[in-house]
Design a protein around this ligand. Structure first.
Ligand SMILES: *Cc1c(COP(=O)(O)O)cnc(C)c1O
Length: 419
């Protein structure tokens, strides 16, 4: 029988649907000047106002007047695109200055800007691995897909250590010849758990076993540290980490990824990383927006202060309502549902009846059985927004039949073990 392409792909999607993890994208237009409000367009074409409760623009920089002015200025002066790859006519003053700006953010010799945080992780880890023959990579089991793919395409031997588990990491480090090159790759703030790695202790192990350290600070840059340098900045550990990776796409409100580190290492990545070399470089307006946001957050404490205040308020209200969430001491609040269909149903109710938009987080983004609502307060949510969300969630959890089946509300600690 001839291979039927159409049937094949329909079946692929069908199995995802049966598991309740088909991806429905919510169509949104954010409204400048009134974030986190957005216009939502339903599949039937109906438009209405909603509040976004799952965005990553934690500090509202995507609508900040300085950021918008910088982008507008750049687009007027230099046009829409960069006009080439970095190597062939696409390196602008905006690229050079933004790289200096992030190097300064992390007190490192050099910075390198990529199309996105994903590309930065994938490109850097795969290239580091390929450039060091015999290299062994140690990777936290909850590392982001972009790191996982980078490590995979490095073709290095890899060891996955249990999430934030120092004993397991050391046990694995001991298995490898001390003279071989090694990389420990981990995150500071884990994006779906909202917890923080034991960064200093990992750096100690790296020193003991002579490993290079690579940290993803995507959910921490801008938010932690007096200048927004991330958790490594807040804890005074920047000089203990070899390569720090971040994004402009989350709390800097724009787009693009970056790494910072020693000039020699970054020069090598610049010369070898395919995902850095063979692609059109980011547009000036995007880079100018990122630069304005990073500069602003090196100085201003106000956005961070309000964010942390809002997060504390929301956590307090959820606790008072008896709703259990992972409290990893960060701004990310994962409210566990534990089942994909139910997770989707509750988000539908929130959107349809309460104009609250929270995207359900299902497998493979998180392990099966730990499906969740990942709530993200921002500094542009009002106290009224927060009270309203907490009241609605309490009401749904207590009164809605959807949750009668949910096994893990009581069992959250047990679930945490399986994460
Ligand atoms: C979102 C994310 C990335 C990718 O960053 P983008 O700039 O969105 O491509 C990398 N790492 C983590 C932990 C993330 O959550």
């Amino acid at each position: 029988m001839k291979f039927n392409y159409s049937t094949h792909f329909k079946n692929c999607v069908q199995s995802v649907k049966e598991e309740g993890r088909y991806r429905y994208f919510a169509q949104l237009e954010r409204i400048v000047g009134s974030f986190p409000n957005a216009i939502y367009t339903s599949p039937e074409g109906k438009r209405k106002n909603v509040k976004i409760w799952c965005g990553n623009d934690y500090l509202g920089m995507g609508q900040h007047p300085k950021v918008l002015a910088a982008a507008q200025d750049a687009i007027e002066k230099c046009g829409a695109g960069a006009g080439g790859t970095r190597n062939i006519s696409g390196t602008t003053t905006y690229h050079v200055e933004l790289e200096e700006c992030v190097a300064d953010l992390h007190n490192k010799e050099a910075g390198l800007v990529f199309s996105s945080g994903y590309v930065a992780n994938e490109g850097t880890l795969s290239t580091l691995g390929k450039l060091m023959p015999g290299c062994v990579i140690f990777s936290d089991e909850l590392n982001h897909a972009s790191m996982v793919h980078g490590i995979r395409s490095s073709k290095c031997q890899k060891f996955i250590f249990k999430h934030n588990n120092l004993d397991h990491l050391e046990y694995l480090l001991k298995q490898v010849d001390i003279n071989l090159p090694k990389i420990i790759a981990f995150e500071s703030v884990y994006s779906m758990e909202g917890d923080i790695a034991p960064i200093e202790e990992i750096a100690d192990l790296a020193e003991k076993y002579n490993a290079l350290t690579y940290i993803d600070e995507v959910h921490a840059v801008g938010i932690y540290g007096n200048r927004g340098g991330g958790v490594v900045d807040e804890r005074g550990l920047m000089d203990r980490i070899d390569i720090i990776e971040g994004t402009f796409g989350k709390c800097y409100g724009s787009m693009g990824g970056f790494i910072t580190g020693d000039a020699a290492v970054l020069d090598a990545i610049r010369c070898y990383a395919s995902g850095f070399i063979f692609t059109t470089s980011l547009p000036p307006a995007t880079l100018a927006a990122s630069r304005a946001a990073v500069d602003h957050l090196k100085e201003s404490q106000e956005e961070r202060r309000v964010l942390h205040e809002n997060v504390a308020l929301l956590k307090g209200l959820l606790r008072k309502s008896g709703l259990k969430f992972y409290d990893g001491d960060t701004h990310i609040i994962p409210l566990i549902v534990g089942e994909p269909t139910c997770c989707r149903e509750v988000t539908n109710i929130l959107l349809d009846e309460y104009n609250i938009y929270v995207q359900p987080i299902n497998y493979p983004t998180v392990p099966r059985g730990t499906e969740r609502l990942r709530l993200t307060a921002s500094c542009v949510h009002t106290k009224e927004d927060i009270h309203y969300l907490a009241e609605v969630l309490e009401h749904l959890w207590i009164h809605n039949h959807v949750f009668n089946e949910v096994k893990n509300i009581e069992d959250i600690e047990k679930l945490k073990v399986c994460v």
